[in-house]
Design a protein around this ligand. Structure first.
Ligand SMILES: Cc1ncc(COP(=O)(O)O)c(C=O)c1O
Length: 417
């Protein structure tokens, strides 16, 4: 495709505004499933049987457990291991802040490891240099739907007697990937904005069945997630799904603009699973029956259509976007569910795209950089910081057409050149 000639002027890019705003995305769950959940009457099987039905669908001979979220799962895992305070967990520097918060809650120290923007892999030299006698585990995140090859990391972990955990919260692709065999623990999320969402829930897969059993025993002592909390999430999902129908979304944005409301902040807050002020009270709950049944439904009837469509749209973006803005250009993606780019001026680009009718956002994934530990202030992750703070997520929505992607790409060429 021929793009417009590059220009230094912001005002010379495409100017025709879309009739409707194209929203940033849409929840990956259809109306029928939402209404089935709303009318949910559980099947009469007991909780253990319901859990086993989900576990059998995961297709692994390793032990698995089902939690309310990946954060709850990490909390359980650390509780079960009961490591000495001050022990260190080497983590991908780019993750959601509450993953590091869970580590700290257990008296442990998160140690950030830089993540490369092109490969989305951790810097292995830096990782080796930050291993100490206090190090206990490596927690690696597969970001934005990419999938890392863990073999080299497994070698480092083995050599240093560390556990290797993979955070696949952003990586479920309904492609029967049960977790990497190199990992001691794999953590998958089915949170609100994730692929094939179960409005929450997580699956953890363990190499060591004894660790799985300890986690299971601790979880059994936790109270059940109150069913009305799950129902609140359900109604939130119904509202969000309705709002992200593009004619309605256009109205929403228009109204928010006239009221001076920051809709971007409101939307990103509304998909957060837990209230930060009561985080550990909320994390330490077993998933309720409706959530387990919904997770079963999602795994038993994988709906890959939207995921495949998104992956195609992302492929088109990749063809048209200038190379310097791309994220994960050397990573492998079994599927795409978000499309981040790095901009020299993400705020200006966002404003420009929104004006044209494309709801780009800086808040889609809530990632931030893990801070250096107090006793090793030099262990920063400055390279990750450089690209993460300039991230902008482009829309991936069923209403997105090829002409839209071309307009977005032209605008980006204009601003970034
Ligand atoms: C990289 C990463 N890790 C962990 C999580 C937490 O997953 P959950 O919401 O299931 O706790 C997320 C959630 O977005 C994430 O993006």
């Amino acid at each position: 495709m021929k793009l417009r000639s590059r220009s230094t002027s912001v005002d010379r890019g495409p100017t025709k505004r879309e009739k409707y705003v194209i929203p940033r995305g849409v929840l990956d769950i259809d109306w029928q499933t939402l209404f089935t959940v709303a009318a949910h009457r559980h099947s009469g099987t007991d909780e253990q049987e319901a859990l086993q039905r989900v576990q059998s669908l995961w297709g692994t001979s390793r032990a698995t457990i089902i939690c309310q979220s990946v954060r709850s799962g990490l909390d359980l895992l650390l509780e079960s291991l009961n490591w000495r305070p001050g022990s260190q967990i080497l983590m991908s520097a780019a993750t959601i802040p509450q993953m590091a918060r869970v580590v700290i809650e257990h008296g442990l120290v998160p140690v950030p490891i830089d993540v490369d923007r092109e490969t989305l892999a951790p810097d292995l030299d830096q990782l080796r240099a930050r291993i100490t006698l206090e190090s206990k585990a490596i927690l690696i995140a597969h970001l934005f739907g990419s999938r890392l090859n863990l073999s080299e990391l497994a070698g480092i972990a083995q050599l240093n007697k560390l556990s290797l955990w993979e955070d696949v919260a952003q990586g479920f692709a309904a492609d029967r990937f049960p977790g990497d065999d190199h990992a001691d623990v794999s953590l998958f999320s089915f949170g609100m904005i994730k692929a094939q969402t179960a409005l929450g829930a997580a699956i953890l897969r363990f190499r060591d069945p004894a660790v799985a059993q300890r986690c299971e025993e601790i979880q059994l002592q936790w109270p059940e997630q109150p069913p009305h909390h799950f129902r609140q999430r359900l109604w939130k999902a119904v509202v969000l799904k309705f709002l992200t129908w593009h004619p309605v979304y256009s109205l929403l944005i228009g109204t928010a603009a006239s009221l001076g409301t920051d809709y971007d902040r409101l939307l990103s807050q509304s998909v957060r699973g837990f209230d930060a002020t009561q985080l550990f009270v909320q994390l330490r709950r077993r998933p309720c029956r409706a959530m387990i049944d919904l997770l079963h439904n999602r795994l038993a009837h994988p709906a890959r259509h939207w995921m495949e469509q998104k992956t195609k749209l992302a492929g088109r973006y990749d063809e048209l976007l200038p190379v310097p803005v791309r994220v994960g250009s050397q990573a492998s993606f079994p599927a795409r569910w978000v499309l981040p780019i790095v901009s020299r001026d993400p705020q200006r680009l966002q404003i420009r795209l929104v004006r044209l009718g494309f709801d780009a956002t800086r808040r889609a994934s809530q990632l931030s950089v893990v801070a250096a530990p107090d006793d090793h202030p030099q262990w920063t992750a400055t390279r990750t910081h450089t690209w993460l703070e300039n991230l902008l997520f482009l829309p991936l929505h069923p209403a997105l057409r090829d002409s839209h992607i071309r307009t977005i790409a032209e605008t980006i060429h204009d601003i970034e050149s």
